[in-house]
Design a protein around this ligand. Structure first.
Ligand code: ASP
Ligand code: MG
Length: 440
């Protein structure tokens, strides 16, 4: 018997009709002879509505109460889903995050899972029940309070359950047919990917791909959980996200509920060079102008930045001009953290001796990701040529082993995305189908 964890997002359980449809789908998996555990998100835009409501009654809602409030969203959908399954004649039981043993640290609003003790879930499964768990929430042992995992956290709930219960696969149901070479809402000819490594998926998620929540991918990678991202609107094969191992370099040969097998069975096969392209418009760029080019200045500047808790992405330092002994340092960060960091840096200006600060929130970032870059030369040249031919100026470049990122003007980023997608031969023959929602 296989154990399958299924996650259904808000757009898949937006109303009674959808809940009944999802219930049928869950029952099918049970009838096929699997043990089934489901993690479910709040219905439709419930979380956003609750957030708005909180801000109507309090300018700065207390974090503990915010988590109490938001966790209610998932409790509504879990109970409704369990009822819908019961009415189809199957035993179903819903559990809150704390009942499910989802133990987190004490950080309200973005808690991290520290332990999963799914004792009650295992018992319910042993009694033949379908288990429904409220996504996105946990419990802290010290404060004894309810926590939430941050926006999109139900993906992480599902992956953590899959790891703790040693599931054969974690199915993430969404409103597109799987993971695409780019967001099909921006690139209509984006191609569905059959299999992708968790390492590549992590880079795509970290660089703006919204189909999977980054913490969930990290968790899956760390715990060796195989994901199957697929549509809740049809029975099409989705995308397998796997962790290559020595015995299974191309991922598991058999994934329950999936018919995609690794291409080629003898050892490593040639994977496509590029997995996908992601874009991100949520970042801004800060340039620290005229930094004295002596040891310790970067340390000083980034210590100040680190104290704000801001998440720095790209960092670029120019070669110092020999005549002046000064250099510029630019970095990108979420726009939401821009003012905080500027204020902190201004306070440090005299002490660290830089000349000025520049802030630019009209940037876009494009990231090209593929494990095949490791063994293929000329990827950068091809990328830069494609952008040049489209008349798009590159403002920053950064690379990792399997990624090249560039920063351009925000208003050119969608054009950049399309030309790069085409240049790397990723365009499909047909347009992708987007069923609903926003890609979550
Ligand atoms: N309901 C939460 C949110 O909208 C968690 C989730 O959907 O995964 O962010
Ligand atoms: Mg949601």
């Amino acid at each position: 018997m296989s154990l399958i964890v299924q996650k259904f997002g808000g757009s898949s359980v937006a109303n009674a009709e959808s809940i009944k449809r999802v219930a049928k789908r869950i029952v099918e998996a049970r009838k096929a002879g699997n043990e089934v555990v489901v993690a479910v998100s709040a219905m439709g835009d419930t979380t956003d509505e609750l957030l708005d409501l909180a801000h109507e009654v309090a300018p700065i809602p207390a974090p503990r109460e915010m988590d109490m409030l938001l966790s209610a969203g998932e409790r509504i959908s879990m109970a409704l889903l369990a009822m819908a399954i019961e009415s189809l004649g199957h035993d179903a039981r819903s559990f809150t995050g704390s009942q499910a043993g989802m133990i987190t640290d004490a950080t309200h609003g973005s808690a991290r899972i520290v332990d999963v003790t799914p004792v009650r879930l295992r018992e319910a499964l042993d009694e033949g029940a379908i288990v429904i768990v409220a996504g996105f929430q946990g419990f802290n042992r010290d404060t004894k309070d309810i926590t939430t995992l941050g926006r999109g956290g139900s993906d992480t709930t599902a992956v953590a359950l899959a790891a703790a219960l040693n599931a054969d696969v974690c199915e993430i149901y969404t409103d597109v047919d799987g993971i695409f070479t780019s967001d099909p809402r921006l690139v209509p000819r984006a191609r569905k990917i059959d299999r992708i490594t968790s390492e590549e998926m992590l880079e795509l998620a970290a660089n703006g791909a919204k189909v999977l929540y980054i913490r969930a991918v990290e968790y899956a990678r760390r715990h060796g959980v195989t994901l199957h991202v697929r549509s809740s609107f049809n029975n099409n094969e989705g995308t397998i996200v796997y962790n290559p191992t020595e015995t299974e370099p191309n991922g598991p040969a058999v994934v329950p509920g999936s018919s995609v097998t690794p291409s080629g069975s003898e050892g490593l096969v040639e994977e496509p060079m590029i997995a996908g392209v992601a874009t991100d418009l949520s970042e801004a760029k800060i340039t620290v102008v005229g930094v004295p080019d002596i040891p310790g200045k970067a340390a000083q500047i980034f210590t100040v930045v680190a104290k704000t808790g801001a998440n720095i992405d790209m960092i670029v330092q120019n070669v110092s001009a020999a005549s002046t002994g000064l250099t510029d340092i630019s970095f990108t960060l979420p726009k939401t953290e821009g003012q905080l960091v500027l204020t902190a840096l201004r306070a440090e200006q005299e002490d660290s001796g830089f000349k000025a600060l520049q802030y630019d929130d009209q940037i876009g970032k494009l990231a090209l990701v593929g494990a095949g870059m490791r063994t293929n030369a000329g990827v950068s040249a091809k990328l830069f040529t494609a952008l040049y031919e489209a008349g798009i100026n590159i403002e920053m470049i950064s690379t990792s082993e399997i990624r090249i990122s560039v920063v351009t003007r925000a208003d050119t980023i969608n054009d950049a995305l399309r030309v790069v997608h085409t240049a790397f031969g990723l365009d499909a023959d047909v347009e992708a189908v987007v069923h609903a929602g926003t890609g979550r």
